[in-house]
Design a protein around this ligand. Structure first.
Ligand code: BGC
Length: 343
């Protein structure tokens, strides 16, 4: 064999071997180049929360959400999914994540990326963290110590969200301390991946002023959640006792719109002062409110976020606050139209 023939064969073998390395590791071999978090937020655009309450995590065979739903989400005008992970109950006594759970997550992330979606991996065990800060710290650290290296080489379209809605025992001071601990864990393997962090008190915009982020870490996207006014968005919601029996609260008066704009202007002012981009990670109104008011609310909140250059993710695709009707396997059209008008 002449060296002219041998060279392409050697190159082909080398290419094959590096492909095998990529397949074995799950993602490309090298960490992605740094991505400016403001550019990332522009890319994220419109999004939706998915999979938080799906049986897929305990029994993949009885999943409601199917991989094809990512394609529907992308075709429906969304660019981002925030995957809600309740991982603490999928770790053994030593804190090791269940390999089947992790394989499910890997599969989902790959399909979402293939459909050109941005992916926020949101650790959503805020209920446990609200009650027991010590257990929270142990398990959250175990979680990020596994997930951060696991996704080290994933494309930069994958982002990590340290913890959903810190509240209860995680008051401002406790959360500021814990977020620094968790961010430091993540930064051991992901120096420049954009990490999503929000304020305490359920990611309340009113607690942004208390949020302390490491000043020299410029790869942070700040998140807030917006359900104001709760008596409208959570009327009839069994998990919020003071609003569980409420009904008939409408939304959309000039006062309502004015309050929304004032609240969002407050967030925008904080963002400007602190040089951080904003991701509105949850908003929406529970299914018990009247549909016309829900449509007005979702439209107004989404447009108000877009007008200020924020990315957003609607709460949520399936389960409640429905954007997708699983029985008919199609959009809840009025909500979809409100979120993504003029398709
Ligand atoms: C919680 C959900 C709840 C939603 C609206 C989320 O952060 O995880 O259980 O339905 O907020 O209240």
């Amino acid at each position: 064999m002449t060296s002219k023939v041998r060279a392409p064969i050697a190159a082909a073998i080398a290419a094959f071997l590096s492909l095998m390395v990529i397949v074995a590791r799950g993602f490309a071999a090298d960490a992605p180049a740094p991505l400016d978090p403001f550019d990332q937020v522009r890319e994220m655009g419109r999004g939706v929360n998915v999979l938080g309450y799906d049986p897929i995590w305990t029994d993949p065979a009885s999943a409601r959400f199917r991989p094809a739903h990512f394609r529907s989400i992308a075709r429906g005008g969304f660019k981002t999914v925030r995957i809600n992970l309740q991982a603490f109950s999928h770790m053994d006594k030593e804190g090791r994540l269940d390999p089947i759970w992790l394989a499910t997550l890997d599969r989902l992330v790959k399909v979402a990326l293939n459909d050109d979606l941005n992916v926020v991996l949101d650790e959503h065990d805020s209920g446990i963290c609200a009650e027991d800060a010590a257990k929270c710290e142990t398990e959250l650290t175990q979680f990020w110590n596994q997930i951060a290296p696991h996704f080290r080489a994933a494309p930069d379209r994958v982002m990590f969200e340290l913890l959903n809605e810190p509240n209860g025992r995680l008051d401002d001071a406790a959360w500021n301390r814990l977020l620094a601990v968790e961010l430091a864990q993540v930064r051991k393997t992901n120096q420049t991946r954009n990490v999503v962090i929000g304020p305490a008190s359920w990611n309340s915009p009113l607690h942004l002023s208390e949020l302390q982020l490491p000043k020299d870490d410029r790869h942070i996207i700040v998140t807030v959640h917006y359900y104001t006014p709760m008596e409208f968005t959570h009327q009839g919601a069994a998990w919020v006792p003071q609003y569980a029996k409420l009904s008939g609260v409408a939304w959309g008066s000039p006062f309502d719109l004015d309050r929304l704009n004032k609240n969002f202007d407050g967030v925008a002012a904080w963002a400007k002062d602190n040089g951080r981009p904003i991701f509105l990670g949850e908003f929406g109104a529970y299914d018990k409110a009247d549909m016309d008011s829900r449509v007005r609310y979702d439209f107004a909140v989404a447009r108000a976020a877009e007008a200020r250059g924020w990315a957003w993710a609607y709460w949520q695709f399936d389960s409640d606050f429905l954007l997708w009707d699983m029985n008919r396997d199609t959009w809840v059209e009025p909500i979809h139209q409100a979120l993504v008008p003029n398709r």
